[in-house]
Design a protein around this ligand. Structure first.
Ligand SMILES: [Zn+2]
Ligand SMILES: [Zn+2]
Length: 178
């Protein structure tokens, strides 16, 4: 099956989507923050209830991210847990939305009886991105003086930070030294 789930084609209330798609299908993600770097395995349960559709399960892939310290790209597993309630986009969303929100479910909307799983994967990846991705816990980052990647080489720049207020205080108390 393709990446668009057509609700009119689903017979009965429960369906499984178990399929692995090549990374190329997800190329050209809509974000600079990540790229899909490995095949994408979907294992989803689709439950239809009238015009509502709940999609839950897992999305497993490999994401390529940019380290927030050294700016190098690195790969990290993207193991996402999905639990979404899809509602038709045309529905009047007043009132009901608050009710559903109490169930602690994420709400998404579909149009024309179609749920775009490609878009769903991209949205879930986006949501799962760490605030400050790190290539490794001990990433040493870039030298603030010369810009060298300190994971790769060490430079001799003086990066000791001195509190200017403290320096001023030192002058006041100590006065000029002889
Ligand atoms: Zn790094
Ligand atoms: Zn340096």
């Amino acid at each position: 099956m393709g990446l668009v789930l057509d609700l009119r084609e689903l017979r009965g209330p429960e369906h499984r989507v178990e399929h692995t798609y090549p990374a190329a299908v997800f190329a050209g993600g809509r974000s600079d923050e990540y790229a899909v770097a490995g095949s994408v395995a979907l294992a989803l349960q689709v439950r239809k209830d009238g015009d509502k559709c709940r999609i839950s399960g897992s999305v497993r892939t490999v994401l390529s991210l940019a380290c927030s310290r050294c700016l190098e790209r690195f790969e990290a597993p993207g193991d996402l847990t999905v639990d979404l309630l899809y509602l038709p986009d045309t529905e009047n969303r007043g009132g009901e939305e608050t009710e559903i929100a109490e169930e602690d479910l994420s709400i998404a909307f579909y149009r024309d009886n179609q749920i775009d799983l490609l878009q769903m994967v991209h949205e879930q990846c986006q949501l799962a991105l760490p605030m400050k991705p790190l290539c490794r816990d001990a990433c040493r980052g870039l030298c603030p003086v010369c810009g060298a990647n300190r994971n790769e080489r060490s430079c001799n720049c003086d990066t000791t930070w001195r509190d200017p207020r403290f320096a001023a205080l030192e002058n006041l108390i100590g006065g000029p030294r002889h």
